[in-house]
Each structure stands twice: as C-alpha cells, then as structure tokens.
Ligand binder design. Structure first.
Ligand code: B12
Ligand code: SF4
Ligand code: SF4
Length: 183
C-alpha cells in the first residue's frame, strides 16, 4: 500500500489513481516477460478474474459474491493478470489441495449476511442501489470510511484485513463509481 501511496499517481488529483499506478507497474513486468497485462477494471465485457483465481488458488464463492480464501478470508483482490505464451517455462505451481472445504461450509451464523444495515445481501444477490443510498447518508460513514461492515463481519482471515484507510480508499472509489460524476 505504501508503494502506491508514495507514488505520483496517488497525489496528482487525476481520476483512478490506483488503476493508473497498477498499469504503470504491471505493464513493465508483462513487457519484461514477453506477455500482455490484462486488468480487472478496463475490459468490456469484464475479464473473468474470479474464475481465473479459482483455477489458481483455493478460493470459494462466498454469500457476498467475493471469493473467500481459507487463510486470507475475504481480504484479497486481484490487480492484474499477465497473458504469456503457452511455452513459457515457469516453475510448477504448488498442487491445489482438493480436499480443503470452503470456510463458509462450516460457518453456521453467517454474520456477513446479517450485518449490513440495509440488508444489501439477499437471495437475489447484491443490492448495489440500497448500499449506495446508505453510503450517501451520515449512518453510512462507518462503511465509507472503514470498509463494508458485512465484509468486516467475516471471522475468517481477520489478521489480513485491510487497514481502515485502505478500506476507506476502496469504498470511496466504489461509491464514486456507483453514484455518478456528481459525487
Ligand atoms: C462489476 C464488479 C463490481 C460491481 C458489482 C455489481 C453487482 N451487481 O454485483 C460493483 C461496482 C458494485 C462492485 C463492488 C465491489 N467489488 Co467488485 N468487481 C466487479 C468486477 C469488475 C466484475 C464482476 C463480474 O461482473 N463478474 C462476472 C464474471 C465475469 O465473473 P467470473 O469470474 O466469470 O465469475 C464469478 C463471478 O460471477 C462470481 N460472482 C459474482 N457475483 C456473485 C454473487 C454470488 C452470490 C456468488 C456466490 C458469486 C458471484 O462467481 C463466479 C465464479 O467465481 C470484478 C473484477 C473482474 N473483472 O472480475 C470486481 C471484483 C469482483 N470486485 C471486487 C471487490 C473487492 C469489490 C468491493 C468489495 C470493492 C471495495 N469497495 O472494496 C465492492 C463491494 C461493495 C461493498 N459493499 O463492499 C473484487 C473481489 C475480490 C474477491 N475476493 O473475490 C473483484 C474481483 C475485483 C478485484 N480487483 O479483485 N464490484
Ligand atoms: S461470515 Fe461465514 S458465510 Fe460469510 S463469508 Fe465469512 S465464512 Fe463465509
Ligand atoms: S458497504 Fe455497508 S451498506 Fe454497503 S453492503 Fe457493505 S455493509 Fe451494506
């Protein structure tokens, strides 16, 4: 996080600072590897990052739609993928344990589903409009400044939770994206 917060992109006042910083960093890595960088934020239709992640590491769908990892819980996300030629020689990946169950399978209380103040997570998915309306009001400040309360309620991987400032950075970017240019 410090690498980004100390970067010119973080303070130049232009839109999408983290995406621009990511592109600068990862394009160079991809170029050096003779590959092409793909990003989760700039393709229409979107690149299926969650499906790709599920092929690479033991992650599972959670009731929130975010993928859950047995160790890191909900506290992981994807900044980029690098597309390389199939004959590139890479070290063999660690074998994925096929017997690891999803942490959600043994989570009887499912606090992620009962914590949201506006019940944005239900049987029909994630109610983005209800979430955004809450964030617009003073009671939404906790989510906006410290991160989604539903995500923070998950007991898995709490040691890896993002610091409040990092959570707030992402929530405010999300809020700007869903509430339009006036926000
Ligand atoms: C569109 C989108 C959103 C939309 C969601 C719209 C909606 N109605 O759900 C908005 C803007 C609201 C959003 C918000 C956030 N998002 Co978002 N989002 C995306 C994006 C760009 C595309 C997702 C998509 O449409 N996938 C459809 C197809 C293409 O995905 P797929 O991999 O083929 O299939 C998987 C999904 O369908 C997933 N899935 C999708 N919805 C649901 C719902 C349920 C119930 C389940 C079980 C599974 C599930 O399961 C499939 C298999 O794994 C992805 C990045 C990407 N390119 O994937 C990030 C992504 C999913 N988001 C992510 C995150 C972290 C967030 C935020 C938490 C950001 C934040 N504020 O910090 C917020 C959540 C809001 C909150 N309250 O905190 C991460 C999730 C990481 C993870 N651990 O899984 C991703 C992967 C981005 C990243 N850079 O890592 N997001
Ligand atoms: S609170 Fe329980 S059900 Fe919800 S994401 Fe965490 S482990 Fe899964
Ligand atoms: S950010 Fe707050 S209002 Fe939005 S889904 Fe999470 S807990 Fe609910």
């Amino acid at each position: 996080m410090e690498c980004f917060s100390d970067s010119p992109q973080a303070t130049d006042g232009q839109p999408h600072p983290l995406n621009r910083w990511t592109r600068q960093q990862v394009d160079a890595i991809a170029w050096a590897a003779g590959g092409v960088a793909l990003y989760p934020f700039d393709a229409t239709p979107v690149w299926p990052f969650q499906r790709w992640a599920a092929r690479a590491e033991p992650v599972f769908s959670s009731p929130l739609g975010l993928l859950i990892h047995p160790q890191y819980g909900l506290w992981h996300a994807y900044r980029a993928a690098i597309l390389v030629a199939p004959d590139l020689q890479l070290p063999a990946p660690a074998p994925l344990p096929s017997t690891i169950p999803s942490p959600c399978a043994s989570c009887a209380d499912q606090p992620c589903l009962s914590t949201c103040p506006v019940s944005a997570f239900g049987t029909s998915g994630y109610d983005v409009a209800a979430c955004a309306s809450h964030l617009a009001l003073p009671p939404g400040r906790d989510c906006l400044e410290g991160g989604c309360l539903a995500r923070r309620a998950c007991p898995v991987g709490v040691d890896y939770a993002q610091a409040p400032a990092q959570n707030g950075f992402h929530m405010q970017a999300f809020y700007r994206a869903v509430s339009g240019p006036a926000a």
